[in-house]
Design a protein around this ligand. Structure first.
Ligand SMILES: C[S@@+](CC[C@H](N)C(=O)[O-])C[C@H]1O[C@@H](n2cnc3c(N)ncnc32)[C@H](O)[C@@H]1O
Length: 370
């Protein structure tokens, strides 16, 4: 009798524990399969940072046009990394014969001249078939673009392009600003550009994290210039320290990137141009953390005075490559080999001259097409 009781209790305990183990396993697996990884870095923003973001936005939103001097978008393209945006677009279209709709976003669009200019070129270009539709989005803090409280306007330009100019757009709260407008653009964009804008943002890294989520997985690219990247040990960093910080930041992202000096603005915080690709459907993993934001009283026209300091846990490079800094009639491009080759396919002035460097990077040098 006692033996039987012992036997039954043993079987009972075994059944319960294996059932709970199975449930635990199922739950873990379920969360692996069904919980999408969220872009969470920007959600850990200190309150002070968000306060400054609101404050920077409020100071721009009173304008009904973008009065940033010469930087208001260019009809002839931004020329970041000396690249021709229309050639990049054609490459993207060529890579996706299964699609008819393509999406481009300009972050910090000035007076939207970039999208208007690109639309004109697209419509004129017979190599871009007339059944292709290009959706061009531009976002900016200023209002005055047309309709209602959000100051948005959408219009057809020729028969291949639809332009969406979004004004009063708080770019640093990218997800929230899109949600407010009931537009879902996550995983949508083939090509995001941004020139001379992140340098004005209070939290450029939190903004970049969100922008990356708008890229179409597997192939979406961002082409932009650098920003002021303040780390824990350099509260008043100067170029070229900023370039080195940017470089280390790009390496820390663990996604394909290529970078080069911008050529015209290399002694400013926007002095690095880079392209990053979203090679998979994961969000980007930011290994940094926020320290806080403060008002920097240094007089420098290149950035707003509200800045954020971050912790970068790991340094990949201690100095910038010599050749990188001393270009004369050529530009050195460093970074991911296949991304470089993808760009080089359509830019004959991008010549490979490879020397192996440390870690995952390669070294290229190509003459500038002047
Ligand atoms: C100097 S303009 C650059 C315009 C254009 N990308 C170019 O390179 O010619 C800066 C752009 O960033 C946008 N911007 C600056 N601070 C912003 C903020 N806090 N929130 C949203 N947009 C902002 C402005 O609205 C403007 O479109």
């Amino acid at each position: 009798m006692i033996k039987n009781l012992f036997y039954f209790s043993f079987v009972f305990i075994l059944t319960i524990s294996s059932a709970s183990l199975a449930m635990k396993f199922e739950k873990e697996n379920e969360s692996k399969i069904f919980t999408p990884k969220l872009a969470t870095f920007h959600t850990s923003r200190p309150q002070e940072t968000q306060k400054f973001i609101d404050c920077a936005f409020d100071s721009r939103k009173i304008y009904t046009f973008s009065g940033w001097g010469t930087y208001n978008g260019s009809e002839f393209g931004y020329g970041l990394m000396h690249l021709d945006e229309i050639k990049i677009l054609k490459q993207i279209i060529q890579d996706h014969p299964e699609r008819k709709d393509f999406y481009i976003l300009d972050i910090g669009a000035g007076n939207f001249a970039f999208s208007y200019g690109l639309a004109k070129m697209i419509n004129k270009d017979n190599a871009i078939s007339s059944d292709i539709k290009i959706h061009l989005y531009g976002v900016r803090a200023e209002g005055g673009t047309g309709l209602g409280d959000t100051q948005d306007i959408s219009e057809f330009i020729g028969n291949k392009c639809v332009l969406h100019n979004l004004g009063l757009f708080k770019t640093e709260n990218l997800f929230e600003s899109l949600k407010e407008r009931n537009i879902n653009l996550k995983n949508k964009f083939d090509f995001i550009v941004s020139r001379w804008s992140f340098v004005h943002f209070v939290d450029p890294i939190g903004t970049l994290e969100q922008a990356y989520d708008l890229l179409i997985p597997q192939s979406g690219i961002i082409l932009m210039d650098s920003f002021r990247l303040l780390l824990q040990d350099d509260p008043t960093n100067e170029s070229p320290k900023n370039l080195l910080n940017m470089w280390n930041f790009l390496e820390s992202l663990k996604v394909p990137y290529i970078a080069s000096l911008s050529g015209v603005q290399y002694n400013s915080h926007a002095g690095l141009n880079f392209m990053i690709k979203r090679p998979h459907n994961q969000t980007i993993s930011i290994s940094m953390s926020y320290i806080n934001s403060y008002r920097d009283f240094k007089k420098d026209k290149d950035y707003t005075r509200l800045v954020t300091q971050y912790v970068m846990p790991h340094q990949f490079f201690e100095e910038l490559p010599n050749e990188f800094m001393n270009h004369n009639n050529h530009i050195d491009v460093y970074g991911d080999k296949s991304l470089f080759e993808w760009v080089a396919k359509n830019h004959s002035n991008w010549i490979t001259n490879e020397k192996e460097r440390t870690l995952t990077t390669y070294y290229y040098r190509g003459p500038i097409n002047k």
